[in-house]
Design a protein around this ligand. Structure first.
Ligand code: FUL
Length: 474
């Protein structure tokens, strides 16, 4: 009897824990989940184009031109951290074929340049700077190569793999490998048939945890524009069968929205430059995006469930220009102010579902606790504030480890005793930042009106983002 009792006591916590929901397939891999939590990181376009003032080099530039006078990867990393970025993706090789590391498989690299008498290695320098500062690093390795003599022949696929192997095996782990969709002619006037299958398999063999970006993944997808904008509906799912990278990719709005019943978990990354160009051009020094614009981009990318990849191109010294650094720090200040005070942290919460036991998990702002409805539709959650409060934003999160479920929802605010709809939305996904004109209210109701399966939510928080008072029409 004692034994039975003891056994029961040991098993009790197991019974008391909420049963994990059955996943709604497809679901993200652990690597994709980790990637989702990164939210925001920097892109760095740097190379001969920085010195020739071009966007797309021809591949026949004299490598001697690459000669930054004061290259400082620690400065990139310092500003990236101050801006709240979690990592940096570097153009290790752009379309001109110039390698920012001394690749054995090319004659068009830092080794052939004047910089550091040909002894420098930007990939090495940046990876050390990132490691010291605890930032993750990724690499852009353009398949299109306008310099390599073998481009346009079968052998080029081996060359590409060899260069990739150098990168992925000699510099530690990268969090992301970036494949742009551009594919033009090489020096012999021919286009290349890329062996992407082999590229993918090899990349995962050398770095099993790497996230591979391209129009259609395999790990994450392009959001379909280079303006950094994900529109409101964003499924982390995509059908890729029959599609290619670049020409032959899914339609731009499909890339933006995803496919509601898509076969693969394939979340969207939104890439955009802080300046009009991807590379540094002195004449664009006065065209750097303002902190307020960067904040809007954050709301439209991260706030619609994707990640933001913001390009900041170093200048000819090899440092971020003061205007870019100032904009980044200004952006971070807005971001910190915006989400500093969660107005729901001391609120009470109830719902029309029977499963109320772990409802407070929604307010704990933890990433590993969640709450699930019981299937009654529409699902309603009411957050009762301790006193009438002004707010203009809610942050909603689904527990995407169990799949993406919510298809439509509304946010209502109780104003003068009656609920009024202040926001109508579609998908939630990892994060939805729902912003609306300022309301003065003592209760907020979230109504989930459509869902592919019973919603499993992670967190719910409310804010008064003062920056928005002036940005949004009243
Ligand atoms: C595109 C490239 O053609 C642009 O130069 C830039 O690198 C952008 C991020 O990707 O495919």
């Amino acid at each position: 009897m004692r034994k039975i009792l003891m056994g029961f006591c040991l098993l009790l916590p197991f019974f008391l824990r909420a049963q994990a929901p059955a996943p709604l397939l497809p679901i993200p891999t652990q690597q994709q989940l980790d990637w989702h939590e990164k939210e925001f990181y920097l892109f760095i376009h740097f190379g001969p184009n920085t010195f020739t003032n071009k966007e797309w080099g021809e591949g026949n530039e004299d490598p001697a031109l690459f000669n930054p006078t004061d290259l400082d990867c620690d400065q990139w990393v310092r500003i990236a951290r101050q801006a709240g970025a979690k990592g940096i993706i570097l153009t290790a090789k752009h379309h001109d074929g110039f390698c920012l590391w001394p690749s054995q498989f090319s004659r068009h690299t830092v080794r052939e340049s004047k910089w550091m008498d040909g002894k420098g290695d930007v990939v090495q320098m940046l990876s050390e700077a990132c490691r010291k500062a605890g930032l993750d690093m990724g690499v852009y390795l353009s398949p299109w190569d306008r310099n390599h003599p073998l481009y346009g022949t079968d052998q080029y696929n081996d060359v590409y793999l060899n260069t990739m192997k150098e990168l992925l095996t000699q510099y530690g782990n990268f969090f992301e490998l970036w494949w742009d969709g551009a594919n033009g002619e090489g020096p012999n006037g021919k286009k290349q048939e890329y062996d992407f299958k082999r590229f993918e398999d090899s990349a995962f063999r050398w770095q099993p945890n790497i996230i591979i970006f391209s129009d259609i993944g395999p790990s994450i997808r392009w959001c379909g524009n280079e303006r950094g904008i994900i529109y409101s509906t964003n499924w982390n799912l995509l059908d890729t069968a029959g599609f290619r990278r670049g020409e032959g990719s899914p339609a731009m709005d499909t890339l933006n929205r995803g496919n509601v019943h898509g076969k693969h978990w394939m979340p969207a990354e939104a890439d955009v430059s802080i300046r009009p160009g991807w590379f540094y051009h002195p004449e664009q020094d006065d065209k750097v995006k303002t902190p307020a614009t960067l904040f809007q981009l954050y709301l439209q990318s991260v706030g619609n469930g994707g990640n933001l990849l913001l390009n900041v191109p170093p200048d000819r010294r090899g440092r971020f220009h003061a205007a870019d650094s100032a904009a980044l720090v200004g952006f971070k200040n807005i971001l910190d102010r915006a989400f500093q005070q969660n107005l729901f942290s001391t609120a009470s919460i109830k719902s029309n579902q029977s499963s109320t036991a772990s409802l407070r998990n929604l307010l704990d702002m933890k990433n590993d606790t969640w709450w699930m409805g019981d299937g009654k539709e529409p699902l309603e959650i009411t957050v009762q504030l301790n006193e009438p409060t002004q707010l203009n934003a809610l942050v909603l999160e689904e527990m995407i480890a169990y799949g993406q479920r919510v298809q439509s929802f509304a946010i209502e605010a109780r104003i003068n005793g009656a609920y009024q709809t202040v926001f109508s939305g579609t998908t939630i996904g990892r994060k939805k930042i729902a912003v609306f004109p300022l309301v003065h209210t003592n209760a907020i109701r979230l109504k989930i009106t459509g869902s592919k399966a019973i919603p499993v939510l992670r967190n719910l928080s409310g804010y008064h983002i003062r920056e928005l008072d002036t940005m949004l029409p009243k």
